[in-house]
Design a protein around this ligand. Sequence first.
Ligand code: CTP
Length: 395
Amino acid sequence: MNGARILLAVSGGIAAYKAASLTSTLVQRGAIVDVIMTAHAEQFIAPLTFSALTARPVYTSLWDAPERIAHIRLVREADIAVVAPATANLIAKLALGLADDMVTTALLAARIPIVLAPAMNEAMWEHPSTREHIATLRARGYEIVEPDAGFLAERERGVGRLASEERILQTVERTLARRRSMDGLRVTITAGPSREAFDPVRFVSNAATAAMGIALAREAAARGATVTLLLGPTLLEPPHGVTVERFTTAQELHDLALGPAAGADLVIATAAVADWRPAQRSDTKLKKNGDDLTVRMERTPDVLAAIGERKGATFLVGFAAETDAHEEHAREKLVRKHLDAIAVNDVSRERGFGTGENALVLLWNEHERRDLGRAGKPVLAARLLDAVAELMEAR
Ligand code: CTP
């Protein structure tokens, strides 16, 4: 952790006293630690403890030194934020984006990875509200260090104890290592469906939401990459800190990918590009003149194949959406589109689309494969980037 800048946020639970020991260990391991606290945390432990341990000022209020705008400066200077302990109240505020004190404003302004170590009574931890907030934060890329089971302050046994210091430290170290693993790499990601219109209000498209591409863009940016996200029509929000170029049609994606976004070190194509488009587009809304409508379709450009043909030193990763003979079809695409690797997912019965879980297998070379398992898309994005980084290094 030598020289790592860590912002430690302490909220008001009985486990706040353990944050002092965590701070001391971080400092001993060479980190530069800034501590911010909620007003409730001050009821459990004094700021003085943390300022003595870190030899740095501790911020508990937005109004301590407002001219220094500490909540923005601190998150800009830090490599990572750690919230320990995180109470149910703070977790809810983070999930909702409330910003009414030093801790919540700083974390809302954070574009750095955030490690969250919850601690609370078991009933509060299991409450549907807390479950939903945790799921929201996890989907946004927060690293959650699950609480341990054991003796709780209420003199009951249950799940809710702050995770052990060792587990928190391991997560911090892993997250810090990841943060630097793609430093300086230029990454382009295509995501979302395309839409091919046949009149001003009607189009051909598919069920893609861009969730996988957005998760990959967020994860790559968190690892230090300079990310361009070529994003199709979706209601999902693109992540902070990446350059977003919007496309609607396959042709527009083609022009962006081979024009301004060309020449990246790594391209990952998750976009579900329409393979056909209406050969003609009416400028006025089509009227129901007869019972049937025949729309003749023509092929769209294969964006990934076009990148593959002129990829130079770019490491090129495709996705394959398959409903049958998955790996066989994907291997054929790997060769035909000149890819370095391809991630296969099963889209039969609309699986694989949306923000839920997915299962991926990564294929490369003639026979190599790695099963990335079934998980939420942010988790799969991290696993995929781990695997791709290894392959890029080996090359
Ligand atoms: N792709 C693309 N441009 C297209 C079609 C697909 O860039 N016009 C990319 C996708 O982003 C994905 C990969 O090609 O990374 C494979 O997409 P998929 O739909 O599985 O395969 P297709 O090439 O369309 O083949 P098929 O429809 O026959 O399965």
